[in-house]
Ligand binder design. Structure first.
Ligand code: ATP
Length: 370
């Protein structure tokens, strides 16, 4: 009836209670998660959070201190890396410098004792996929960074791995090429329906490439979700601050009703009205988090009754498509507020020292308890 297949595809990679200690130091602390077949899954976190160690355990380079990893129904622990259906693409590409492009791509299939004509067919197919067919006879040093990366991807995919691991895949590319390659890589990986786990410290990269993201800190996973969920519904202060920019107001729950809560914060002189309940209690310490683009700026007082404050524009940072206004409130709090530049000049509507009103809808932010 197809049900077992579906369950298997949902839990294509199953990580359960994985832990890694180095001489008593816990680098990965009891991590459990499932990855779907064909999914691009990002491990995102600051340097030292344990994401590379987790990736290295998936690759089989590192043995877990505890826990299990199951890939497509097969337990991976204790199988040496060269036996596994897993391939890793490194930040530095790690192409063999003395081999041509096609020899690099042929390396894996040849090692796997694939028949010669099949290897040749596979190489051609992979190079066509990454649009590097014309460069088959070149050596890596005769290629640009982006071209080397395409070859590295072709090489990593040449053995049709069940799981492709990407370690900071765009780390060596400049910003413009990076965003182009991000889209290209996603297209290729999706076309081949390869399951992919990538490690990055770059939130933009995780947001643009991954179907789902796991936010990591201090060896633990704080939140798993789609880019949209992670951005719109962060579940803790760390995630809210790590992804994008955010205004965080520390305070206490004043009223906790069925349909709304109000939060009293020293940052603002009026309570914040949030139009959805939390499972908290009155008096509980919380933070109200709101993204700068969720705050409206106006010269005139908005008609709404709640969630409006007065301030003065202190700084304007111009980003072309939008500007970020730094607005100082009478109590000293600084609030970031985005303004989309629909007109020619950012400063056409507002300028420094302008008195303004900031306002937001009652569902524009989230209440964080941790
Ligand atoms: P980065 O982005 O800088 O690579 P990361 O998030 O990938 O960081 P890991 O490389 O996984 O972090 O390291 C997590 C922690 O484990 C770090 O504090 C690191 O110093 C420690 N660590 C990693 N490998 C070893 C090792 N072989 N021996 C001892 N400690 C290690």
């Amino acid at each position: 009836n197809g049900k077992p297949d579906k369950a298997r595809a949902e839990n294509y990679v199953c990580i359960e209670g994985i832990r890694k200690e180095f001489d008593g130091f816990v680098a990965v602390d009891d991590v459990s998660l499932s990855i779907r077949k064909g999914e691009i899954f990002a491990l995102l976190g600051a340097s030292g959070c344990g994401k590379s160690t987790l990736l290295r355990m998936l690759a089989g380079f590192e043995r877990p201190t505890a826990g299990t990893i199951v890939l497509d129904g097969q337990k991976m622990n204790d199988i040496p890396p060269y036996d596994q259906a897993v391939n890793m693409m490194f930040q530095s590409y790690a192409l063999f410098p003395h081999m041509t492009v096609e020899q690099n791509v042929a390396f894996g299939p040849t090692q796997k004792k694939m028949p010669k004509d099949e290897v040749a067919r596979r190489v051609e197919e992979m190079l066509a996929l990454v649009q590097m067919g014309k460069f088959a006879k070149r050596k890596p040093h005769q290629l640009s960074g982006g071209q080397q990366q395409r070859v590295a991807l072709a090489r990593a995919m040449a053995t049709s791995p069940k799981l492709l691991l990407l370690d900071e895949p765009m780390g060596a590319l400049d910003k413009k090429l990076r965003s182009q390659m991000q889209i290209e890589l996603v297209n290729i990986v999706e076309r081949l329906n390869v399951t992919c786990v990538m490690v990055t410290h770059d939130q933009e990269e995780a947001m643009t490439m991954a179907h789902r993201i796991a936010v990591m800190d201090a060896g633990r996973i704080l939140q798993i979700g789609t880019p949209d969920e992670i951005y719109e519904q962060p579940n803790c202060r760390f995630t809210a601050e790590f992804i994008g920019s955010v205004n965080l107001f520390e305070g206490k729950v004043e009223e906790d009703e069925k349909d709304y809560v109000t939060i009293r914060t020293p940052a603002l002189d009026a309570p914040i009205y949030v139009g959805h309940g939390i499972t908290g209690h009155e008096g509980m310490s919380v933070a109200f988090a709101i993204r700068p683009e969720k705050i409206a700026i106006s010269k005139d007082e908005p008609a709404q009754q709640y969630n409006k404050v007065r301030g003065v524009i202190e700084e304007i940072a111009y980003f072309g498509s939008h500007s970020v206004y730094h607005v100082r409130l009478p109590g000293g709090t600084k609030v970031l507020c985005n303004f989309v530049n629909l007109k020619r000049w950012a400063s056409e509507d507002f300028t420094w020292n302008d008195p303004v009103w900031l306002s937001w809808q009652d569902n524009a932010g989230v209440v964080l308890t941790s």
